[in-house]
Design a protein. Sequence first.
Length: 262
Amino acid sequence: MTFLNRNTGISTLIGLCLVAANGVYAQISSINSAVITPRVFNDYPGATGTYLNNYPTSITLGESGEFNTGSSGFANRDEWFFSNNGGSSAYALGAFDFFTVSMTLNVTGATTVDNEAGFLIPNPPGGLPGGDLQFIADPNSGFLGMFGGSGFWNSGLTYTAGETVTLGMQYFYDSPNSVNAFQFWVNAGSGNIYSPVQDLPSGDTLAGGNLGAYFQLQGVDNSAGPGTSGQAVFGNITIPEPSTIAFLGLGFAPLLLRRRRI
């Protein structure tokens, strides 16, 4: 192969990679709203729900009132998901929709029962090893960390009701290990605390899944009292478009380097 042909081939391959990258990442950059889905769990239908969508400034989910343990079930859960059609439906992630996402979170209300909120990635069609991925703050247990999906991580911080924290996570391609991966971080006012990188099994993606958050409040025995309440405010919600340079990490950059040595 001549020098000219080699360089023409390399230039063509780079162009194809960038075109592919732009096409893939154009999907995640189209996110423009959020859609709220109340009462995914509706074990206490007599309770009163609060659902306010001011994306991306804030989204508020809350439950209060008749949470009587005489009812069947465990809790009420409300969810919201990113959307690219003005909030008509949740955005379905593509196989290469890598992202960085962050938000502030403030959970108030009950501390004697499960009262939790945070990021949620329901188990996608292809499945994750740990099922649903949840990255949460829970005033009842004090837990601030993630579980499910790619593994488990406790930030080591204790969450208290009314505290505002920043939760962030990145979904990316881990080039050295040739798999998709997550990393999480928490900021409670003293700088970011990062999780280890959590790799998914080879071939696993989030294709067909959704990305968003949830609030959940457990029922209590309120037969002699006014009931219970809880609320989560998700604020400063950001999901920027990843750099197309990251796409070159998907095995293409080493190929280009090898071809240059021919």
